[in-house]
Design a protein around this ligand. Sequence first.
Ligand code: AMP
Ligand code: ZN
Length: 305
Amino acid sequence: MAGISASSAEGLYDEFVKAGLLITAGPVGAFARGAVFEQVLEAFDALILRIADHEQVETMTFPPVIDRAIIERTGYMESFPNLCGAIHSFAGSDREARAIPTRIAEGQAWGDLLSPTDVVLTPAACYPFYPTCRGTVPANGREVTLRSWVYRQEPSIEPTRMRAFRMREVVRIGAPDTVLAWRDQWRDRGLAILRSLDLPAELDIAADPFFGRAGKMLAAGQIEQKLKFEVLIPILPALPPTACASFNYHQDKFGTIFGIRLLSGETAHSACLGFGLERTVMALFRTHGVDPAHWPATVRALLWP
Ligand code: AMP
Ligand code: ZN
């Protein structure tokens, strides 16, 4: 079964819409997903969970908003101020409130009438987990899987670059060598999972899109120390392949910020992996065609065992 052959970002988006996989919903990068798209997304997520599942793995579900203090303490606003979606609301008087509909009716901006709340939209599924680990972790550390809607302010016509999307993460906390070995094991496993779905996946060293001039130095350091790997799949032919999964070693960053310690009293290290669920689903449709009924039998068997 041939995949979709659209050559531009708009062309691919249009193909997805024509097939009912996506539904235009207004803001760029915030389209809706159709039923078949969701069936594949749930099947892929279940496949990861079957592989990630063992006795020690905990499951947690956080809402798609997190404490503003977490964003402040982790340095997110130094590294990614341009990606953050902060939540504002109205907190004034009755009289002041009347200015809002008036401004709206006049077609004027009204954002300055709102004030920041104590929450921001979650930028990565793992962020809210670390503060819950404060104190001493069990002898073998912690391993948890989380799935969340996350937000990044990066509007784009590329269907693969969304503002709101879902991430399946697995996070490991423990001693440095344990965590690094875990990250490497999952990096290879993540690549194998995507290749088992007949996707043309390749592994590469990567860096986060740190903001500004100082960000370039951070990215260079990240690459030099091999802290981040990504599995890339060609989805948009005119553009470099798209990162569908990431594997990150944070060293003692979160352990230090949130006071997470090993039994020995040393600061715990952490690593996480994140599958971009929508991106992987798009890679599947792109590669195998818009109708999952016609996908290769081996791929179907993995997704729908
Ligand atoms: P990151 O935390 O940046 O490593 O992202 C984890 C995973 O989320 C990536 O490997 C992508 O698959 C996915 N992802 C990142 N940014 C976006 C985006 N703007 N739209 C859709 N998926 C994304
Ligand atoms: Zn993470």
